[in-house]
Design a protein around this ligand. Structure first.
Ligand code: NAP
Length: 283
């Protein structure tokens, strides 16, 4: 089983360098997927209020033989629950569904709504010992610098889309400057732009006798990024966590850097139509 290195966050808490995400797993499939992931060696499990599968994640954690303190469980507060009181309520509901008495990481899922109220609730949850680390997701540099300078606690982590098509170099520079850990969602861009058959990635993979997924996750690791890959196939879970027995050369890192399209493979978080749609407005 892969020995996953730990990365130290700005408050001293350590997070596994590679984790498992449960977004878009078919209804009823999350419990088995999480059990398989834990068996494959994953200790970081990433869910969200919005994914609707926290209860299944909780069932898997309960059924697993791995001790609670060995796991690193992340969930996120959705836009509809932003604000101080609503976040406190959402946190309790998430914790109950997960059948846990503390969380390892709690994130603001999107940079919309009353994120200041949410952040202050999260600072209080941290002080109360109910969560070990707090962070944000999908915040661009202007938003997280603003949040940081007007509040007590600097976010420990920002979970953003990072993959070979959207490498987020400028955002990473700001995150590193602020001491906020970058974490990659959709590290494979969900396979968009034919990621798994890309010639550059396939050639590098063949050089190391590895798969394309392993090359992408290794590239993220060498950039200091925590990655969250999702798969419902145990063989792929095992493959995706086994990235610590090879190293990409500087030249290979440059070849991958050259694949950057500098735009999201999904959507722009600054597109007003998306802000309205994610915020629940119908038109
Ligand atoms: P992803 O991990 O980039 O891609 C998942 C897709 O890749 C699935 O279709 C999976 O198929 C396939 N796959 C996985 N490993 C593979 C391999 N070795 N070879 C070939 N195909 C492989 O995308 P994601 O699920 O969107 O993102 C990962 C996690 O990030 C999520 O689960 C979630 O926890 C988090 N996330 C967060 C946000 C946010 O706004 N904060 C947004 C999106 C995602 P199978 O399942 O069929 O194997």
């Amino acid at each position: 089983m892969a020995n996953v290195p730990m990365i130290k966050l700005n408050n001293g808490v350590e997070i596994p360098a590679v984790g498992f995400g449960v977004f878009q797993i078919e209804n009823g499939g999350t419990k088995q997927a999480v059990l398989d992931a834990i068996d494959a060696g994953y200790r970081l499990i990433d869910t969200a209020q919005m994914y609707g599968n926290e209860a299944e994640v909780g069932e898997a954690i309960k059924a697993s033989a791995v001790a609670r303190e060995e796991l690193f469980v992340t969930t996120k507060v959705w836009i509809s629950s932003t604000g101080y009181d609503a976040t406190m309520k959402a946190f309790d509901a998430s914790l109950a569904k997960l059948q846990l008495d503390y969380l390892d990481m709690y994130l603001i899922h999107q940079p919309y709504g009353d994120v200041y109220g949410s952040w202050r609730a999260m600072e209080d949850l941290k002080k109360a010992g109910k969560v070990r680390a707090i962070g944000i997701s999908n915040f661009k540099a202007d938003r997280f610098v603003d949040l940081d300078i007007h509040n007590e606690v600097t976010p420990q982590l920002n979970q953003i889309e990072i993959n070979p098509w959207n490498q987020q170099k400028d955002e990473m520079d700001w995150l590193n400057k602020e001491g906020i850990q970058p974490e990659a969602w959709a590290p494979f861009a969900e396979g968009k732009h034919h990621l798994f058959t890309n010639e550059t990635l396939v050639t590098i993979a063949q050089t190391h006798n590895k798969g394309v997924g392993q090359v992408v996750l290794r590239w993220l690791y060498q950039r200091g990024v925590v990655s969250l890959a999702k798969s419902v196939h145990k063989s792929r879970m095992v493959e995706n966590i086994n990235i610590f027995d090879f190293k990409l050369s500087d030249a290979e890192m440059v070849q991958i850097a050259n694949l950057d399209m500098k735009e999201s493979a999904f959507f722009d978080h600054r597109d007003p139509k998306m802000v309205a749609s994610l915020g629940g407005r119908q038109n």
